[in-house]
Design a protein. Structure first.
Length: 602
């Protein structure tokens, strides 16, 4: 695997997709340079970026966290904080952003350039209904008012595939699913018919099927409305599925650019090669990126997890209980990794919490390491937890911010009164070595290390008691691809070294294909298919599993184009609709915004 240099001062690798091939440009970054003044000095975040987006095309700006992607995009909206110093010029629809008065800039946001943010729950106001927020944005920009604005909001929600739009208008953001919230944000973004949309990691937190739907929607948006899209992402599968051209950022600089085929299939820069080499690929199975998992599991090994007809229900005030897990049965042997997959709400994390004794079972059996947790008392559960490790989805939220990292890792040893201070310190140092972290981090705090290092700290903490069973709930979902590759490699090596059983909960099917021995597929709290990894991933029998696997993108634009066509054929064959912008007449959709001075004051 190639390793990027700390600072690239050589030529930018430029293919035929370099900017400047067309005079019509809706978004133009011309030698953009951004510095932030901090108490520790100046931080040079963006260094001379040149990038153009034309009508009806998708330009992907890719790179890992901290590379400067989002900072670059924020200059187009003029949303950077006051400690930012911006050089160069940004032009939106022919207007230089830096020279516009604030009143005009407010009109430009929405009318000319709109943004789809990474997390729709934080982009939407939690105390206002969906309808109120959509109407408000249109009234502020003079698109429509009163009943006309309400009618257009309903029309927009229908266009982006929201079912029963009149009813959804009255709901609050928390009452919608993640995919529906993202569609609402897209509907708000196109409500004023902008010339360009900036989509900042629009699918990061979504399931693969919802992600595929959102990408279909964005694709039909740019095709039918001729809208330019700047797509900011670190997901190479999304790039292959959406982009026409690609620009790769590394430490604030664009180091490579070209068409999607040139960059993804014939990368030139070491950093681009490293990124692509860190992406697990669907169908490639074992041995990718030097990650090796034992192929065979001892069939006579004792069971670490045994579920029989498990039912888990959530009580609701004044309503019948909600059945989150319904008659689920499967097992995990010692030394085995079982992937538990399915969409959000399928019951994956609920089963993981029940395994830790955090949620009671309504009926059925749940045996951990030979003991039935459904009948155990509190003290017995504590003793059993000593033999179980857990890795949570969000490493930042699962570590105590007031404890140094050494104490975070040693916390399970303290809770279970194992060893003394000296022996615990020795154990922590051994664990830091095992997860390839320097011992110097012992006295640092969680906020002082990167996201990938925090996740490795969580792995070290989970292994502090030498567990016989590890429950890993989406352990790599929030990580950059190169960081994910390192964490997965360490995880596989530790599993081989310690031989623990693992329940690996994930919606990333490529990661499951890389690690798991067996796969269990959940839908609406029920097991729809289970079996060896090769059987489930290569020859799924159930329609739901087929849809899941077909929706997972691969970082090859040619192969991904074929997969997308096959997915659409599969959906139609199963009686499902392909999500697209429901727009018959683009000219009828166009809006005329008010241009009077009073409107500018809003």
């Amino acid at each position: 695997m190639s390793t990027p240099t700390d600072h690239y001062s050589g030529p930018i690798y430029t293919g035929s997709g370099a900017p400047g091939d067309d005079d019509t440009v809706v978004l133009d970054f011309d030698d953009v340079d951004v510095r932030f003044r901090t108490e520790f000095g100046s931080v040079h975040a963006v260094k001379g970026v040149d990038l153009r987006v034309r009508p009806g095309e998708v330009v992907a700006l890719v790179g890992e966290s901290g590379s400067g992607k989002s900072v670059t995009s924020m200059t187009a909206m003029r949303l950077l904080p006051s400690n930012a110093t911006i050089g160069g010029a940004v032009n939106v629809a022919g207007k230089e952003v830096g020279r516009l008065p604030e009143r005009t800039m407010r009109r430009m946001r929405g009318n000319d350039v709109a943004m789809v943010f990474q997390e729709p729950m934080t982009a939407l106001n939690p105390v206002l209904t969906i309808g109120t927020q959509m109407v408000e944005s249109m009234e502020l920009h003079g698109v429509a008012r009163a009943q006309h604005a309400i009618n257009r909001a309903i029309e927009l929600l229908g266009m982006v595939g929201i079912p029963e739009p009149e009813r959804q208008m009255k709901k609050y953001p928390h009452e919608l699913s993640g995919g529906q919230r993202q569609r609402v944000v897209i509907a708000m973004a196109i409500s004023c018919d902008p010339k360009v949309i900036i989509a900042d990691e629009p699918t990061t937190a979504l399931d693969v099927t919802v992600q595929a739907d959102i990408l279909d929607l964005l694709r039909s948006l740019k095709d039918k409305l001729n809208t330019g899209i700047l797509l900011i992402t670190h997901n190479m599968g999304v790039v292959a599925d959406m982009a026409d051209r690609v620009a790769v950022m590394f430490k604030g600089e664009i180091v490579e650019r070209g068409t999607v085929e040139e960059v993804l299939l014939r990368p030139q820069h070491p950093y681009t090669k490293m990124l692509l080499g860190s992406v697990p690929r669907m169908g490639a199975g074992r041995g990718q990126m030097g990650i090796n998992v034992k192929e065979e599991v001892d069939k006579d090994a004792p069971l670490a997890i045994e579920l029989k007809n498990l039912v888990i229900e959530y009580q609701r005030l004044g309503k019948p209980p909600f059945r989150a897990v319904d008659d689920v049965s499967f097992s995990v042997r010692k030394g085995e990794i079982v992937g538990l997959v399915g969409e959000s709400g399928s019951g994956k994390s609920t089963i993981g919490r029940c395994a830790l004794g955090l949620i009671p079972a309504a009926s059925g059996e749940f045996r951990l390491l030979g003991q039935d947790v459904t009948t155990m008392k509190r003290g017995e559960l504590k003793a059993l937890r000593k033999r179980i490790g857990v890795i949570f989805q969000d490493p930042a939220a699962s570590l105590n911010p007031r404890l140094p990292i050494g104490e975070c890792i040693a916390e399970p040893l303290v809770v279970h009164s194992i060893g003394n201070r000296k022996s615990r310190e020795k154990k922590v140092h051994e664990l830091l070595d095992a997860v390839q972290l320097p011992r110097e981090v012992y006295n640092r705090y969680p906020h002082e290390v990167s996201g990938g290092q925090r996740q490795r700290i969580c792995v070290a903490r989970a292994l502090s008691l030498d567990p016989e069973l590890l429950v890993a709930d989406e352990p790599t979902s929030a990580l950059d691809v190169s960081v994910q590759a390192r964490v997965l490699k360490i995880f596989a090596e530790l599993q081989d070294q310690f031989g623990f059983a693992c329940l690996f909960i994930s919606h990333d099917l490529a990661v499951v294909d890389l690690l798991a021995h067996r796969v269990v597929v959940l839908q609406n709290g029920e097991v729809v298919e289970a079996g060896p990894r090769e059987q489930i991933m290569e020859n799924p029998q159930e329609e739901y599993t087929q849809r899941l696997i077909a929706a997972a993108p691969v970082p090859d634009p040619i192969e991904q184009g074929q997969r997308r066509r096959e997915r659409h054929e599969l959906l139609r064959a199963q009686g499902e609709e392909v999500v697209e912008l429901q727009l018959d007449d683009p000219d009828a959709f166009r809006v005329q915004t008010a241009a009077d001075p009073e409107q500018d004051e809003l």
